[in-house]
Design a protein around this ligand. Structure first.
Ligand code: ADP
Ligand code: MG
Length: 333
């Protein structure tokens, strides 16, 4: 597996371990609908400038900002995109293909109907979902260089990949600006780069979907760790819980017996796209895709409290010994 270079590094999802000597500067902001924490061995101004870049990317990609590339495309049916947006869309569509449509940016009108984009939640009736699904399908999007177009009735949201794509851009920017090591954390979408001055690991905790704290901790090299979970955004109606990861095949929250999927890979955009898609695919299809790939590892937490750990990351994941009701299983190729 290429992803984690053998320099032992680790980021704790938002909690930084102190390390000897040099001070790790930290900058926090709210952007892309989440808490962003940028950390690095550099001055604060460098991190603030990187924060401005996150804000700029949000301005290009948010479906809720009228002037964004994505909002213009949805409104006008065609648009000339910025290079970053064209890159994001092109990558998203390639991941739609790779995941058999489990990731699909054209699911947006369905998400909107459920109220996940506005927080005005409700359960749509069957006919409404069936009607909206007629316009869903990533192959309906035409992208030719920077020119994009959509058929009438189709609209896109790259929200499932945007934070990962942004994290890669921000890390590259910090590295090329001379920052030797740091953590880009966009709401738990974590990317570590470089090596801490004391050579110690970065630590990333994998949240326990059933309670407080972590289900376990990852000790990884320079890489990205991203989790998609049904607990992250949801609402309840008539005692039933509905979460925000929609299966494009049904137009309803993916019901695959999973609580969370954590993906570990070299690039954050890959982690972000896959964590959402693998959640939709469920355990069997997800591990099939893993077996035919060599660019990611994963940890799944099922509704019946099984921790499924792909073998390439097993020696870097330590389940929390206090969480005795979990059973851990290493999945082999
Ligand atoms: P989050 O953005 O909450 O960290 P994800 O990366 O898993 O989590 O992305 C989930 C978001 O992606 C949802 O809030 C929704 O906007 C969008 N989405 C939901 N289901 C899909 C899907 N099947 N394909 C593409 N995007 C999706
Ligand atoms: Mg995602």
């Amino acid at each position: 597996m290429k992803l984690c270079k053998l320099i032992p590094v680790i980021a704790a999802a938002a909690t930084l371990c102190g390390c000897g000597g040099q001070h790790m500067e930290q900058y926090q902001m709210f952007a892309m609908d989440t808490y962003v924490t940028l950390s690095g061995y550099c001055d604060r101004k460098t991190l603030e400038d990187a924060g401005e870049e996150v804000r700029r990317l949000e301005g290009l990609w948010s479906v809720n900002i009228e002037s964004s590339d994505i909002a213009r495309l949805n409104r006008d049916g065609s648009a000339e995109l910025s290079a970053e947006t064209a890159g994001l869309m092109s990558f998203t569509l390639s991941m739609s293909e790779r995941t058999g449509g489990a990731l699909d940016p054209t699911i947006y009108p369905v998400l909107r109907e459920w109220g996940f984009t506005t927080d005005e939640h409700h359960v749509p009736d069957d006919d409404t979902i069936a009607e909206l699904l007629e316009n869903v399908g990533w192959e309906k999007v035409t992208l030719d260089g920077r020119s994009a177009s959509l058929p009438v009735g189709t609209a896109v949201d790259a929200g499932a990949v945007a934070k990962g794509y942004a994290a890669d851009i921000i890390a590259e920017r910090l590295k090329s600006g001379g920052v030797t090591a740091g953590i880009v954390d966009l709401g738990g979408n974590v990317l570590t780069f470089g090596q801490k001055p004391d050579g110690s690991d970065w630590k990333v905790s994998v949240r326990d979907p059933f309670g407080d704290g972590a289900a376990g901790t990852l000790s990884v090299g320079e890489c990205s760790v991203v989790t998609s979970g049904s607990y992250e955004r949801y609402f309840e109606q008539d005692g039933v819980r509905y979460h925000h990861i929609i299966d494009p095949a049904t137009g309803r929250p993916a019901d695959t017996g999973l609580e969370s999927v954590t993906v570990i890979a070299g690039e954050s955009k890959l982690c972000d796209a896959l964590s959402t898609a693998l959640f939709v695919m469920g355990e069997d299809r997800a591990f099939d895709l893993w077996r035919e790939s060599d660019d990611f590892e994963m940890i799944m937490i099922t509704s019946d409290k099984r921790l499924l750990i792909s073998e390439g990351i097993a020696d870097r994941f330590e389940p929390d010994s206090k969480k005795k009701d979990y059973s851990a299983e290493v999945i082999r190729r």
